[in-house]
Ligand binder design. Sequence first.
Ligand SMILES: N[C@@H](CCC(=O)N[C@@H](CS)C(=O)NCC(=O)O)C(=O)O
Length: 202
Amino acid sequence: MKLHESPSPNARRVQVFMAEKGIDCERVPVDIRAGENLTPEYLAKNPGGRVPVLELDDGTFIAESVAICRYLEALHPEPNLFGSDPLEIATIEMWQRRAELNFMSEVAGAFRNITGFFKDRETCVKEWGEVCAEKAPKALNMFDARLAENQYLAGDKFSNADITLGIAIDFARMVKVVEVPDLPNLSRWHAEVSARPSFSAE
Ligand SMILES: N[C@@H](CCC(=O)N[C@@H](CS)C(=O)NCC(=O)O)C(=O)O
């Protein structure tokens, strides 16, 4: 098994997930800045042209960070990160999707459109980036309220939802295009998840 990756938030979601599970595999660096992910060779692995991609020993390719993590969870069910009973599975999925759709996607929209980081391959609209940058911090209030009553997003158990939001916040802080407000419950939770050894994994 090989993980095609780059220093990027979506690849990091798989890196942290694997570290939580104690899984390791060969890593294949992909230089997305130089457009290695857009070559015909790479597009044959993932027609979506993004990282990460997991290559299986039989030559199968799995793209999409959540699909990769679900595959790994099915192979290595413990520690469980996607839930183990119907309600827990749905709760983790709900918070995972909220983290991805309401915050991570907005941060990505702000980053891509304001900085023009990928302007060699897409049209960047600065005004749209600014709309995303304005929406992203507002979404954090929903997570802060949830974390006032719960240790983790899905309840008392660390899950894939925490990985998505934690990494999206780290990325927002790193690229500095989205303000991350200092909300008390979110800050308490972020300090806790950041202290997990998996959050330092590469
Ligand atoms: N939904 C995909 C998103 C993957 C994605 O957007 N990856 C970024 C890095 S974080 C990428 O490959 N960007 C290169 C590009 O846009 O050309 C997933 O979860 O894996």
